[in-house]
Design a protein around this ligand. Structure first.
Ligand code: NHR
Ligand code: GAR
Length: 230
């Protein structure tokens, strides 16, 4: 896959799919505007009309759509309706950001090399759901997130970048999820900026990223005040 070139004349178009709060989507919209990428978030689409991220996107002037999966007889029909809504916005890349429906092989092939997901674990560890509980049960010392191209096999596509956080003594699922989310908000906007600048390509099924320092993002501890150390 040759990385596309974007400029102010031809901006990179993202469509972002969410199912809930959409904090990753928000982090991408904000970074795109603040850093002036040659890109725009053309639409935010959800399978749930109560996804709170939709309201935020609308408040930012971004077109939103809902394709309720329950309205369709099966996954093939839902995915066809979803693809119709997405394609109306002519995206260069479709970003899954907390999107909770498994997608059919036909849908994934339709967006070959253009469909990207953030998964809350260090893949290939802990694919599927309940990743933070899986990490705590396994007793790992580090955990994190993975941004990858989507392939028909769930959570198995080529890895673009990963972010690593420590597992702390006494962590609950919620505490660990919050720490991972913090690094997701660093990794996903960074990958989106690479896509917007045409820095990411696929060669023989492996990701190649040009002109970037690092594909690994490491957690840095919040500053601790001197009083707390005493
Ligand atoms: N689709 C394909 N083909 N490949 C991937 O890698 C995908 C995908 C669709 C979504 C995101 C994902 C994740 O990062 C994702 C990756 C939902 C489920 C799931 O079991 C699993 C993984 C992911 C998203 N969904 C249930 C289903 O029956 C519904 C769960 C619910 O609604 O809460 O689709 O982990
Ligand atoms: C994120 O942690 C994301 O990695 C995860 O859901 C959260 C969504 O948060 N994704 C999945 O679990 C996909 N199965 P957000 O809606 O605030 O971005």
């Amino acid at each position: 896959m040759k990385a596309p070139l974007f400029s102010s004349a031809r901006r990179c178009r993202f469509v972002i799919l969410i199912s809930g709060r959409g904090s990753n989507m928000q982090s991408i919209v904000r970074a795109c505007r603040e850093q002036g990428w040659p890109a725009e978030v053309a639409a935010v689409i959800s399978n749930r009309e109560d996804a709170s991220g939709l309201q935020w996107a609308a408040s930012q002037g971004i077109p939103t759509r809902v394709v309720p999966h329950r309205d369709y007889a099966d996954r093939v029909a839902f995915d066809a309706a979803l693809a119709r809504e997405i394609d109306a916005f002519e995206p260069d890349f479709v970003l899954l950001a907390g999107f909770m429906r498994i997608l059919t092989e036909d849908f994934v092939r339709h967006y070959a090399d253009r469909l990207i997901n953030i998964h809350p674990s260090l893949l290939p560890l802990f694919p599927g759901l309940g990743t933070h509980r899986q990490a705590l049960e396994a007793g790992v010392a580090v955990h994190g997130c993975t941004v990858h191209f989507v392939t028909p096999v769930l959570d198995h596509g080529p890895i673009i970048a990963q972010g690593v956080v420590p597992v702390m003594p006494g962590d609950t699922e919620e505490a660990l999820a919050e720490r991972v989310l913090g690094i997701e908000h660093v990794v996903y906007p960074t990958v989106a900026s690479w896509l917007a600048h045409g820095k990411v390509s696929l060669e023989a099924g492996k990701v190649v990223v040009r002109d970037v320092a690092d594909r690994a993002f490491l957690w840095s501890a919040p500053a601790v005040s001197l009083e707390k150390c005493a």
